[in-house]
Write a protein that binds this ligand. Sequence first.
Ligand code: ZN
Length: 220
Amino acid sequence: MPLKDTYILLGSAGSGKSTQAELLKSSLHLAHIDIGSELRAVASQDTLLGHEVNEIINVKHSFVPDEVVFAVLLDAIHFVPETVGLLIDGIPRRESQIEKVLEVLEQAHRSLNKVIFIDVPEAVSVERISKRYACTVCKRNYILGKNLIDSETPCRYCSGHIVQRMDDTEEGVRTRHHIFQKDTLPVINYFEKTGQLLHINGDQETYKVFQNILKYVRPE
Ligand SMILES: [Zn+2]
């Protein structure tokens, strides 16, 4: 049986990447490996590695070393049957990770079809993310101007206090956007040269972004 498609999904905070990942996953029946969630899952395990990763992510707020990231990625990929398509989300984030990610895919007998890059201007990132709020008690998400009138309003489900996420302030978003640009642009350029890049304008309605992606990734 031929191996199923493998895609990589990249996009900065506020690009709508998570929404598109959900849409792709359900409409193309892909297994979705979000490296961030995988690492957070490892961090919650009561193992030696779990404690180590937890310390890095939740205490030091630092980057997990590449060798751990790749071990976790390989593990997650091996868990997906070879007959199931795969959507890898959030890696490679840096140029130095490209070769290793391709190696991991090769070890899993998968070849990369497309790298989907959802591109949004910094102003759009800021605009979208600075409107994100969450309840401190039940953790439900709110969007200012959509289902939240002002930040003084209590949570409609539990009357909890509603706040902005700490790094979701305008300055925090700008910083994250700059880091993403600096780190990930070389990755984007690399896959542009190999002809595998699918550059998507993320500054459109969700369904339009999704239709643009589907034009190129819909299986035959
Ligand atoms: Zn609440």
